[in-house]
Design a protein around this ligand. Structure first.
Ligand code: ACO
Ligand code: OAA
Length: 378
């Protein structure tokens, strides 16, 4: 546990700040459940829309509820002209996470409906964000290549529609399913830094859009969601499986953090990695391309070297980063893909925080100068 002095918990390591009924991470058994269901079973048998419903309502939808949920999500996907124009004006030099953060802030400014803090109001706003964020991410990726946006297709499921809006086509169902699995795995992870950020903002009785905007800012950092992009940059920097060991030795000597490895809660590996690694292996096998095989060999070699050398295991960002690259997404879009999923967990926590709210305001131990008189100005 990180403590600088008795009673001080830098980074809140090991501190339990509240209860939650949304998910539980159990490092001892290397498991993760959403509302009591093991995440690997959800990833094997359910759609992302069903998981979103589970996180928000506490139960998986029955067929009627699912049909209604899907119909509402599909109807909310288009952006209005003002939003599309605003986003198209943002500099292309800015990171796509900045675009997403601005989009959510703008959605908040535009939303005329009252935020009475009720679960129903929160869920309506959350569903609108779930539906619109992929439209923003896809349009932003395309404009950076000088391409016009592809409008959402209400005939397609959430994951399929996203590919359609990014690339103007839907890949084969295996690829879509691998993407959907990543969305299910990224959806929720208890009191991680971005979710906690959303809860802190909510605890002041601020609005949902402010909490989500702040959460996007927290997720962007490379110690959190930004790591999935950093993983891919790192793999491209290493370039060759034969260099993995030497590169790692140099990086560790230079005290670099190896992206996609380590976790605050899991000490012996991330519960989600075997499922995502499996999905990644399927993408590699179906590509049947020497360049892809080489990247996969590098990915495996670095993982092996890191576990051997430091005993530190990969987190979800390690297989997800390479999987997103193989699916054809641009590296700066990887963390926005995480947002498209985690919007479900964040907003479930916003509702939960409001239901049992207590202002989040920890204490600090002062270590600045001793009290002293203010000098008289000369
Ligand atoms: C979806 C997600 O957000 S998962 C997290 C994604 N982030 C990353 O992949 C970034 C790389 N990983 C890290 O920086 C860290 O493992 C974190 C931030 C995720 C967790 O960090 P903490 O719980 O604060 O552990 P901390 O950074 O103190 O690490 C403990 C020890 O392991 C080492 N360590 C942990 N992770 C790594 C890593 N990725 N590379 C090198 N060393 C590492 C630290 O250097 C430290 O060693 P020391 O005790 O000799 O000083
Ligand atoms: O739980 C954490 O600290 C980070 C993480 O894996 C996540 O948010 O998915």
């Amino acid at each position: 546990m990180t403590t600088t002095a008795p009673g001080i918990h830098r980074g809140l390591t090991g501190v339990v700040v509240d209860t939650t009924g949304i998910s539980t991470v159990i490092p001892e058994t290397n498991s993760l459940t959403y509302r009591g269901y093991p995440v690997q079973d959800l990833a094997a048998r359910r759609s992302f829309e069903e998981v979103a419903h589970l996180l928000w309502y506490g139960e998986l939808p029955d067929p009627r509820q699912l049909a209604e949920f899907r119909a509402r999500e599909r109807a909310l996907r288009p952006l209005d002209r003002t939003t599309a124009e605003l986003l198209a004006r943002l500099p292309e030099t800015c990171h796509p996470m900045d675009v997403l953060r601005t989009a959510v802030s703008f959605f908040g400014a535009e939303d005329p409906t009252e935020d009475d803090g009720s679960p129903a109001a929160g869920r309506a706003k959350s569903l609108a964000l779930l539906a619109k964020l992929p439209t923003v991410v896809a349009a932003d990726q395309r404009r950076r290549k000088g391409l016009d946006p592809v409008p959402p297709d209400p005939g397609l499921g959430y994951a399929e529609n996203f590919f359609h809006m990014c690339f103007g086509r839907v890949p084969d169902p295996d690829v879509v399913r691998c993407f959907e699995i990543s969305l299910i795995l990224y959806a929720e992870h208890s009191f991680n830094a971005s979710t906690f950020t959303a809860r802190v903002v909510t605890s002041t009785l601020s609005d949902l859009y402010s909490a989500v905007t702040a959460a996007i800012g927290a997720l962007k950092g490379p110690l959190h969601g930004g790591a999935n992009e950093a993983v891919m940059h790192m793999l491209l920097e290493i370039g060759d499986p034969r260099r993995a060991q030497a590169w790692l030795d140099e990086a560790l000597t230079a005290q670099r953090k190896i992206m996609g490895f380590g976790h605050r809660v899991y000490q012996h590996g991330d519960s989600r990695v075997p499922i995502m690694q499996d999905a990644l292996d399927r993408l590699v096998a179906r590509a049947a391309d020497p360049e892809v095989t080489r990247l996969a060999a590098l990915h495996a070699a670095l993982r092996h070297a890191m576990v051997q050398r430091k005993g530190i295991h990969p987190n979800l960002d390690y297989p997800a980063g390479l999987a997103y690259h193989l699916m054809g997404f641009d590296i700066p879009a990887f963390t926005p893909l995480f947002v498209m999923s985690r919007i479900t967990g964040w907003t479930a926590h916003i509702t939960e925080q409001l239901a049992h709210n207590s202002l989040i305001r920890p204490l600090a131990s002062y270590d600045g100068p001793a009290q002293r008189p203010v000098p008289t100005p000369s």
